[in-house]
Design a protein around this ligand. Structure first.
Ligand code: IPE
Ligand code: IPE
Ligand code: MG
Length: 257
């Protein structure tokens, strides 16, 4: 039994009570989540294999995608697999890629029903061909949807994204499509993977780690950061609402007074 589960939850407000505390007019437009803690969740629940944590993590993804749609969040970016995660064991990587294919195939009808547009950010060419095919399929099939945009960061590294942007700029410079004077931060941002999604207003990291792990370094310049000890597989709508409540208590200044 996990420590989390053993802790009494009686004092926790109900979902309805939590929901009453959020101001629907001041919701973050774009929420990004570093979904961390699957391995620790597996260990806490007595599983030897970390993959059990990843499997439970997929369930949390489904809950949070539904919750974001219901709440009216416009963009949800989920950090699912980093460039650095390729350094994990072959066994874990293979299992994660299989799980990803399984999720993508299984979720297509649900995403269509919920009008979710699926996009992906990262070095997508690194993905195994079978995974890439399923990914391209879901992106194409949901392209016309007009509800929540679900942006899955896969084989994603922010430094690589910035270097990739720089390479595209160099090509445009050589082709005389851009001059040195043209290059402003706003113009630079248009070369990132999905500039149309805009910057996250709120970044959530689960399982307590106070670090960014190469995620959206450019885009989070003025993002509000919220870290919860909840492990990703335990994260549900109530946890999301708690993060939204904390976000709405913040004063965003953007350098002004
Ligand atoms: C996050 O959980 C999922 C991925 C990075 C793919 P972890 O696998 O990092 O779990 P912990 O951090 O070891 O608990
Ligand atoms: C960040 O988690 C990447 C994802 C959630 C996909 P990690 O578990 O890989 O990050 P570190 O190693 O703790 O920084
Ligand atoms: Mg981790």
């Amino acid at each position: 039994m996990s420590k989390q589960k053993l802790q009494p939850e009686q004092n926790r407000p109900t979902l309805a009570q939590l929901q009453e505390q959020i101001d629907p007019a001041r919701l973050p437009r774009h929420v990004a989540i570093i979904m961390d803690g699957n391995g620790r969740w597996a260990k806490l629940h007595g599983f030897k294999d970390r993959i059990h944590g990843h499997r439970a993590g997929v369930k949390a993804v489904r809950h949070v995608v539904t919750a974001c749609g219901e709440l009216g969040i416009r963009v949800l970016t989920l950090y699912a697999f980093s460039k650095e995660n390729w350094n994990r064991s072959k066994r874990e990587i293979t299992a994660l890629m299989a799980l990803l294919r399984h999720y993508l195939r299984g979720q297509l009808p649900e995403l269509q029903k919920k009008n979710v547009r699926f996009v992906a950010s990262g070095s997508l060419d690194d993905l195994p061909p079978a995974t890439r095919r399923v990914l391209d399929d879901i992106i194409a099939k949901t392209a016309k949807n007009t509800g929540l945009v679900l942006n899955m960061a896969l084989s994603y590294g922010s430094r690589t994204e910035i270097v990739d942007a720089t390479k595209k700029i160099l090509r445009d410079f050589q082709a005389a499509r851009i001059t040195e004077q043209d290059l402003t931060p706003e113009r630079f941002a248009t070369y990132l993977y999905h500039p149309e999604l805009g910057n996250p207003d709120l970044l959530i990291r689960t399982s307590g780690e106070m670090r960014i792990s190469n995620f959206l370094l450019w885009q989070i310049a003025y993002t509000e950061i919220y870290v919860t000890k909840t492990l990703w597989p335990d994260f549900r709508k109530a946890d999301l609402i708690e993060a939204l409540i904390a976000y709405q208590k913040r004063e965003r200044r953007f350098g002004k007074v």
